[in-house]
Ligand binder design. Structure first.
Ligand SMILES: O=C(CO)COP(=O)(O)O
Length: 252
């Protein structure tokens, strides 16, 4: 049985003080976090304060990106070593905002995944289609190609460590979530695809999240789906109350 995983992607939100307040106010329910992995991914600037506040609570710390080198002349970039040093155990990679706004491609994301794994960080790899692609019936082709490119040359032992987030771009920040049945359909396809590439046993181990306008009132229906193992939350993760109620709604 796969353990549910709920992650907060704060994107470019929260000053230090706001981040610190959130972490201090978030309920420290050790028993709950035994049943559900909860990962908070603040911006780089708040990783240290949030990491300190989360210590001993059972909540986990994640970053929103990394640069795939250990160190060097890469102005403005952050390495996996630095993230480990700050106590991160997860890193979001391949988010559609980075693919679209910063032109990240599958090859670069593949390098980042390898670099994360080399340093013991668990990648949360995002895939998903645009509205146009969905209307053209391209959802599975797009997700399959993103997986093929991002996972190139990885051994199944490595792939089994990943978390994958299916985030249809048309559902991100729009208030229009994919219906639980539609999300399940694509996520089941992703699991079949992984089984085809890496074998059934590996595919059954990998946790696959849904992301896109997840709210306290749709979490339960999403989590009822057979292949949905958790959610990646943007807007609704910024308030303690709504994010905690999503976490509670994820217990099976
Ligand atoms: O992009 C997302 C999480 O990575 C989803 O964002 P929203 O929950 O705001 O739609």
């Amino acid at each position: 049985m796969r353990k549910p995983i709920i992650a907060a992607n704060w994107k470019m939100h929260k000053t230090l003080r706001e981040a610190e307040n959130f972490a201090a106010q978030f309920p420290a329910e050790q028993d709950l976090y035994q049943q559900v992995d909860v990962v908070i991914c603040p911006p780089f600037t708040a990783l240290q304060v949030v990491g300190e506040a989360l210590r001993g609570t059972g909540l986990k710390l994640g970053a929103q990106n990394l640069y795939p080198r250990d160190q060097g002349a890469f102005t403005g970039e952050i390495s996996p070593l630095m993230l480990k040093d700050l106590g991160c155990s997860y890193v979001i990679l391949g988010h559609s905002e980075r693919r679209q706004i910063l032109q990240e491609d599958n090859k670069f994301i593949n390098e980042k995944i390898k670099s994360a794994l080399k340093h013991g960080l668990t990648p949360i790899l995002c895939v998903g289609e645009t509205l146009k692609e969905r209307k053209e019936g391209q959802t599975e082709t797009i997700c399959g190609n993103q997986l093929l490119g991002c996972l190139a040359d990885l051994e199944k032992e490595d792939v089994s460590k990943l978390v994958i987030a299916y985030e249809p771009i048309w559902a991100i920040g729009t208030g229009v979530n994919a219906s639980p049945e539609d999300a399940e359909k694509t996520i089941a396809f992703i699991r079949d695809f992984l089984a085809w590439q890496y074998g059934l046993e590996t595919a059954e181990q990998i946790r696959i999240q849904y992301g896109g306008s997840v709210k306290p009132d749709n979490i339960k229906e999403l989590m009822k789906q057979k292949n949905i193992d958790g959610v990646l939350v943007g807007g609704a993760s910024l308030e303690v109350e709504s994010f905690f109620s999503i976490v509670q709604g994820a217990v099976r």
